[in-house]
Design a protein around this ligand. Sequence first.
Ligand SMILES: Cc1cc2nc3c(=O)[nH]c(=O)nc-3n(C[C@H](O)[C@H](O)[C@H](O)COP(=O)(O)OP(=O)(O)OC[C@H]3O[C@@H](n4cnc5c(N)ncnc54)[C@H](O)[C@@H]3O)c2cc1C
Length: 389
Amino acid sequence: MRIPMHETLNEEEALLLKTARSVSKSFGRSYWLEKWEKKEPPDELWEEMRRQGLTGVGVPEKYGGSGFGLMGAVLTQEALALEGLPVLQFLVTHFSRHIVLSSGTEEQIRRFVTPTCTDGKRMSFALTEPEAGSNTWRISTLAKKENDGYVITGQKVFISGAKESDLMLLVARTKRYEEVGDKRYGISLFVLETSDPNIKMERLDIDMRGPEWQYAVYFDSVRVPAENLIGREGEGYKALFEGLNVERLLIASIAVGLGDFALSRAVDYAKSRKVFDVPIGSHQGLQFPMAKAAAHLEAARSVIYNAARLHDQSGRGLELANMAKLLGSEAGLEALDVAMQTFGGYAFELGTDLINLYPILRLFKTAPVTNELVMSYIGTHVLGLPKSY
Ligand SMILES: Cc1cc2nc3c(=O)[nH]c(=O)nc-3n(C[C@H](O)[C@H](O)[C@H](O)COP(=O)(O)OP(=O)(O)OC[C@H]3O[C@@H](n4cnc5c(N)ncnc54)[C@H](O)[C@@H]3O)c2cc1C
């Protein structure tokens, strides 16, 4: 299936997309499902990505990366999803290190970011807490200053790939919510080694039909040196929210890539399956929703690319990133729905491997931020409407 938006890529971007796609193609959807069944992380894929320089995409060459900026990360993420590989590990590692790149010192970048490019180290991201939910300001994991470092106590939930990662970007409070006048103040960012014995993890019973898992993470007086604090104490919110926008673009890239993966399978099937003596794809009752889904995927992709380019040029693009997340998550799910309709009853057979895509594509309406919160952002920041909360 052709993707017209790919014609807007320059030569270097097109080459990157091709390289990333040839890696994802060489593993393919069967690898992803096999790893899920065996409950093993996709280490071989990650190693091949490292060998091809893909783990370093989005990080400047001077830090051991492969360059390309956010647009490169978007294309890498999309190329993986286009072959049915929604690799959360790349997304989480990339936007977490993006926060270190934007607010960390040179030394911190070399300690924490460079190994994610050259040595295949992975980084997870720990923000969500059971009590706070979408209200980030209400997190209560506390980092208490002690001597020349911090002691961290608290709990996080839903942390993707926590156990499989080497490093974790932790969002904690250095001042409790009740102690600050301005709710934004007191949010601090730390990089932790996940091997710390005072960090305990529990795998959650969540099934995304892929070899990546979520964890509840418990911090019991975890000692962290001051050198692991990213940015200024208590003022981490700006870097955090900028990083979350990078995350929104990468999520949207997975959603459109996976949506195209589902739709292209439906297109192939609709050309060969004959009912009433003609290919079902010639019936406009199926053809039109497929065409509409393709157009919606391209519209979302167009906003993603524009947001990534704007970010690379000027550091801006926040509003577009939110719109891209909303559009991408809806377009991906719509494409899957149309693909399932095309396959008729066979869509419900596990072997057809369409229904397996539902949990992950549906997730994107809820995580990493719910579409309600995204619409609230657009409503208040773009349209200037009053806030409801
Ligand atoms: C598979 C998976 C992977 C995840 N990975 C990570 C990870 O790696 N790191 C991490 O930190 N977190 C992660 N998360 C957590 C995810 O970001 C949260 O689940 C998400 O932000 C929603 O928070 P919540 O579940 O607490 O929902 P809640 O905040 O309790 O929201 C429940 C519902 O209420 C609605 N709602 C709440 N407030 C408003 C409002 N003001 N206006 C309108 N509607 C509102 C929400 O939109 C939602 O529909 C993951 C979650 C899942 C399921």
